[in-house]
Design a protein around this ligand. Structure first.
Ligand SMILES: Cc1ncc(C[n+]2csc(CCOP(=O)(O)OP(=O)(O)O)c2C)c(N)n1
Ligand code: SF4
Length: 350
């Protein structure tokens, strides 16, 4: 069986401003189980990058280990990629980002990859506010190693084998908010109308953009009693808002009832328009977002949408005042300025 897509494409496929069709943003054929939520998230990434007119070579796909971490092979086949070690995606991305701030970093992880072995790495990436999109494809289990409960499995959730999970779940969106994340969104792989604009907004964010996406594992965690099955999630999802991503040059003309919509301006000036569904929640107020999450959890709901955004986010390179050019573009003279300069630096440290 070949996993390479045929080169044929329909001549009438729509093109974006760069003259590319979605084919230029696809990867090789997926080897995941048919119906796996992860493939839907990959398809949403393809569509978001197509709509944002992103040059594929400007993207670096970073991942750890797991079915989720395999997905970068199935989207953006013309982009850079680094499939790292289990739980180590954040540190590898930090290194790449510090060496080259000009790329768009798309980090893909699983709930096992992030909430267990990679937890220490994850919290520091949030804290440092590096400019990346961090997507957790959250199925509540370790899909690649045959479906053991992960640390995001809900208390009382029943596995395919019939065992009841005795532990409280780690809420990654809540944790990211507590740690000071400057962009926190939550979504469902089966809701591409919400996921695509969320991904676009995340890619425009000037800092760490966290997206926790519930992504059912059809093979090991889609049974009755599982709180990460398609049926359960569809029945319990509660959207905080719907989002319209407004291209920079387009005037916002739609009218909504007062108090129901809110404009968020991304770093490059791009406005996104949130149509709020929950009255007492403000996406620019961290405490309000934390409260909304707690309230939803108490009611057994899964809150989705853009939960929180800090428009004035100050990303890592600005904080560290680092070199503006990618390190691989620096000439030898800049990298080795000579003994006189070294002497000045040493004198400054005495
Ligand atoms: C250091 C190390 N420990 C354990 C494993 C085995 N392992 C591979 S994937 C995985 C968990 C995958 O779960 P998750 O990150 O949730 O991704 P999913 O497959 O569910 O998408 C584990 C424990 C490994 N590859 N490396
Ligand atoms: S085992 Fe689960 S997570 Fe892995 S590809 Fe299959 S459905 Fe997806």
């Amino acid at each position: 069986m070949s996993y390479v897509r045929p080169a044929f494409r329909h001549p009438a496929l729509p093109k974006n401003d760069l003259g590319y069709t979605t084919r230029e943003y696809e990867g090789s054929l997926s080897t995941l189980c048919a119906g796996c939520g992860h493939d839907s998230i990959g398809a949403a990434i393809v569509q978001a990058c197509f709509e944002l007119n992103i040059e594929p070579h400007k993207v670096a796909k970073m991942s750890g280990i797991g079915c989720s971490s395999k997905t970068p092979a199935y989207f953006l086949g013309k982009s850079h990629g680094f499939n790292s070690v289990h739980g180590r995606m954040p540190s590898v991305t930090t290194g790449a980002y510090l060496a080259n701030r000009d790329m768009i970093y798309l980090g893909v992880s699983g709930d096992g990859d992030t909430a267990s072995i990679g937890m220490g790495q994850f919290v520091h990436a949030v804290r440092r506010n590096l400019r990346m999109v961090y997507i957790v494809m959250n199925n509540g289990c370790y899909g690649l190693t045959k479906g053991q409960d992960s640390a995001t499995a809900d208390l009382g959730s029943i596995s395919k084998a019939g065992s009841v999970n005795p532990f409280e779940a780690i809420d990654l969106a809540g944790l990211a908010l507590e740690l000071g994340a400057t962009f926190v969104g939550q979504s469902f792989s089966g809701d591409k109308d919400q996921l695509i604009p969320l991904l676009k907004a995340a890619m425009k964010h000037n800092g760490f953009a966290f997206l926790n996406v519930i992504s059912p594992c059809v093979t090991f965690n889609n049974n009755v009693g599982s709180t990460k099955s398609y049926d359960y999630v569809r029945e319990h999802v509660e959207a905080t808002s719907t989002i319209d991503f407004v291209p920079l040059e387009t005037e916002i003309t739609t009218q909504y009832a007062e108090g129901s919509n809110q404009i968020v301006t991304m770093h490059d000036g791009t406005p996104i328009e949130l149509h709020k569904l929950a009255k007492d929640w403000d996406p620019k107020d961290r405490t309000s977002a934390v409260n909304a999450l707690h309230t939803a959890r108490a009611k057994g709901e899964i809150l989705t949408g853009l939960l929180y955004v800090d428009e004035s986010s100050n990303e890592l390179h600005n904080v560290l005042n680092t070199c503006t050019s990618p390190l691989n573009t620096l000439e030898r003279q800049v990298l080795t300025p000579g003994n006189a300069r070294l002497g000045e630096i040493n004198d400054g440290l005495r």
